[in-house]
Structure formats: C-alpha cells, structure tokens
Design a protein around this ligand. Structure first.
Ligand code: HPA
Length: 247
C-alpha cells in the first residue's frame, strides 16, 4: 500500500524524517550524509530517500514550497507511514535586524497569516504553534557540540512569498507600523512558509517536530546569499538536524 502522493510502501519510510522543500536538496542530503540511501518516491519529483545515519534509519522527504504542498507530504508521512520525529530543514528570510545572512535559526514558535489554525479550532482559539520541547533542547545542545552558532526564536510563516506587509500600500497596524515592523517589534526573527503546518500537524497527531532554517536573504537589508554559500550553510543545518533526529 502507498499513499496518493507517495509511492513508498509501508515500512519504506523511517520514523525519523528530515524535510527539505527542494527535491535536489533531498538527493544531496541522502547522498552526502546517509549510508545505503534508497529512493522510495519519484511522484512529482518529490524525491524521498531512506538510509542510515550513524546506524539509525532516517528518511529525507522533499515537500515542495508552502503550507498546502508541505501539509500533504507531512500528513501522509505521519498518518500513512508512521513518522514520529520530523525536522524541517529549510531556508528563511531574515526580518529582525539582529539576524544575519547564513545564521542558523531554530523556530521555538511559529506565527502565521495562514487560516489553518482558525480552520482547525473554528476561530475560538489562537493555538500556539510550538515545536517539541525535547527536540528543541536536543538541537541546541547538538549545535553547541558541533560548534555551530544558532539563534532560537519566533518565526513568521506566511502563505504568500510576495506579500505587501512592508509596503506603504500594505497592511498597517494600530500603531501606524507596517505589519512587518510590528512583527519585528514583537521579536519575530524571520519569515518562511512551512513551520506553522509542521507544528500544527505534529501537535494534532502527538508526534515530535522541529523547524530549523538558514537565513538565505534579508528582507530589510535586501541581501542574499550566493548558491555556494547556501550549500555550505545547508550542510551545517543538516548536521544539527541529523544529530538531533537520531537521539
Ligand atoms: N520569504 C518567505 N520564505 C522564504 C524567504 C522569504 O524571503 N526566504 C526563504 N524562505
């Protein structure tokens, strides 16, 4: 038996899964970090691989970009294939001035403009989207052991890459600040497009989840990393994620 978007058989996918958006990154992670990696999915080129990291079975599943695509793969990983520990490895755009290109960021909270929370709770509760605490603590301690500096904080998970939250014609808040300015004032560090779904789906299914990012661009300073820099930064983040997921 497989699932609508994944041709893996039950048992092909490990309980521990890393979740990059980009299928090419999934392949690179599998080839560079896993022993004996085998591809289990090619549907839509959303590659998935299972191999071993330090003797522990780990899968790497590409999810595509944004909450709808991501949610399909994660739902099926959890409910069809029995995934129990899921770590998103992705990029984010720095918003806060304290954040710099290439920083590794662990999301201790996720705030969103998506309606997924409202749809889940009928608008009655603004459910807090948070990671699994033990995975969060483990990731921080693995980063310390690996001597990779990390920042930890709240991220903004948006449904629109091209939104108008910092534009003069965009959304203004009660303080006369743009929405981006208001979020930064409240300590939001960066923007990305999947963590809210990960934390919500994991909470609903009582499984463990965490989102880790590298800063690929900075919104306020209009900066971007080069492809070569992204490659290196990505490896640092993947090492933290793999060391965390096997514990
Ligand atoms: N916006 C949304 N998601 C992102 C960005 C961004 O600037 N950079 C990386 N993921």
């Amino acid at each position: 038996m497989s699932s609508p978007h994944n041709s893996a058989e039950i048992g092909d996918i490990a309980e521990r899964v890393l979740l990059p958006g980009d299928p090419v990154r999934a392949k690179v992670i599998a080839e560079n970090f896993l022993d004996g990696a085998k591809k289990y999915n090619e549907i839509r080129n959303a590659y998935g691989f299972t191999g071993k990291y330090k003797g522990v079975p780990v899968s790497i599943q590409a999810t595509g970009m944004g909450i709808p695509s991501f949610s399909i793969y994660v739902h099926e990983l959890i409910h069809v294939y029995g995934a129990k520990k899921l770590i998103r490895v992705g990029t984010c755009g720095g918003m806060h001035p304290d954040l710099n290109l290439r920083d590794v960021l662990i999301a201790s909270g996720s705030s969103t403009d998506s309606s997924i929370v409202e749809k889940t709770f009928g608008g009655a509760i603004n459910f807090s989207l948070i990671p699994d605490f033990s995975l969060l603590v483990k990731a921080v301690s693995c980063a310390v052991n690996l001597k990779i500096p990390v920042k930890v904080g709240n991220v903004f998970c948006t449904d629109r890459f091209y939104n108008d939250y910092s534009s003069p014609t965009g959304v203004y808040t009660s303080g006369g600040l743009t929405l981006d300015e208001k979020m930064i004032q409240h300590g939001i560090l960066a923007v990305e497009m999947e963590s809210a779904a990960l934390y919500l789906l994991a909470a609903a299914a009582n499984v463990q989840a965490l989102a880790i990012f590298t800063v690929s661009n900075h919104l306020g300073r209009h900066e971007e990393t080069t492809a070569a820099e992204r490659e290196n930064d990505f490896n640092d983040m993947v090492k933290i994620a793999l060391e965390t997921v096997i514990q």
